[in-house]
Design a protein around this ligand. Structure first.
Ligand SMILES: Nc1ncnc2c1ncn2[C@@H]1O[C@H](COP(=O)(O)OP(=O)(O)OP(=O)(O)O)[C@@H](O)[C@H]1O
Length: 300
């Protein structure tokens, strides 16, 4: 979004990425992915810089994972191209691509029932030790556990540590925090945002509050296209955000943050809140004001 917001930036506390970050590392040029007669990703053009924490958000089925797969070179576009520093990503060998792009899929099942230590060992090329990777991610207690015995959140943490073990210039992660408890999710998102100061980090996520609080840029997908693309300060108050997600967002100011609280969209008769019945008039709504939890103010 290019228009300057008419409100104070809500995330002024977030440090700016380091100098030399702005040049494009990964680019999608008019990329389309077609399956059957449907465009899962439709004519997307996007430039992702050398550093920055980018959140990729959108409703279920919007095409986030498909776009991430294209950017990681896991899928070939039906039209258009993905470029790494101006060169076609597809021209790189699998090994070269893996060195540049750390890709964390939404689901991962290794063929063998490896221990976490073995999984990380397989990724390393001698620059760091597996013990150091495990220690850095606070995963030593799980090191010798087999993959099948790990919980969903433990797997996610282990997989991310394995992907980051080689310190790739770009990390593309698909809902890495989905299975994490609140403490680990916060730690994860904070770490990813910090990584964005010196590397490119692109994360598919559903938690809009964390995306807007911690990331430098938010890209909103809708029906395979980019609906919105800008800084959190620019997008937080964009009315189009409500339309994309089919809800009405209350913007709740909790300085220095603004939280989004989703209410049913007022235009949708199916989503009107059910009013409690009054004793005297069972069919009549007891109040015509939509309920607000915690009495939170709407910043609009
Ligand atoms: N191989 C395929 N063939 C046909 N349709 C597919 C295929 N892969 C994905 N889709 C469809 O494409 C759409 C986009 O899928 P994608 O996984 O990219 O969405 P998403 O935004 O990541 O969704 P979610 O938030 O639910 O994970 C969905 O409607 C999905 O059902």
């Amino acid at each position: 979004m290019s228009a300057a917001p008419d409100h104070a930036p809500v995330h002024a506390h977030r440090p700016a990425p380091a100098d030399g970050c702005a040049s494009a590392l990964l680019q999608a040029q008019r990329v389309t992915l077609t399956r059957g007669n449907r465009h899962l990703v439709h004519d997307v053009t996007l430039a992702l810089p050398r550093c920055g924490a980018v959140a990729l958000v959108g409703a279920n089925g919007a095409g986030k994972s498909s776009l991430l797969n294209l950017l990681a070179g896991q899928l070939a576009p039906s039209a258009g191209s993905v470029q790494w520093q101006g060169q076609p990503l597809a021209a790189l060998s699998v090994r070269e691509r893996a060195r540049r792009v750390g890709y964390m899929p939404q689901r991962f099942e290794p063929y063998w029932n490896l221990t976490l230590r073995e999984l990380i060992d397989m990724r390393l090329d001698g620059a760091v030790t597996t013990d150091r990777v495990l220690a850095h991610a606070d995963l030593q207690p799980l090191a010798d556990r087999r993959w099948a015995t790990l919980s969903g959140g433990e797997r996610a943490r282990g997989l991310l540590a394995a992907v980051l073990a080689t310190d790739p210039p770009a990390l593309l992660a698909d809902e890495p925090g989905a299975a994490l408890d609140v403490q680990h999710r916060l730690a994860l998102v904070t770490a990813l945002a910090a990584r964005g100061r010196s590397r490119l980090v692109v994360v598919v996520m559903h938690d809009l509050d964390l995306a807007f609080e911690c990331f430098d840029r938010v890209i909103v997908l809708q029906h395979g296209r980019i609906a919105l693309d800008g800084s959190p300060a620019e997008l937080l108050h964009a009315p189009a955000l409500d339309a994309v997600f089919g809800v009405h967002f209350q913007r709740i100011a909790v300085p220095p943050q603004t939280l989004l609280r989703a209410r049913p969209a007022p235009t949708s008769p199916d989503h009107r809140p059910q009013a409690p019945m009054s004793r005297d008039h069972p069919a009549a709504p007891a109040a015509n004001t939509p309920p607000t939890r915690h009495g939170a103010p709407d910043a609009h």
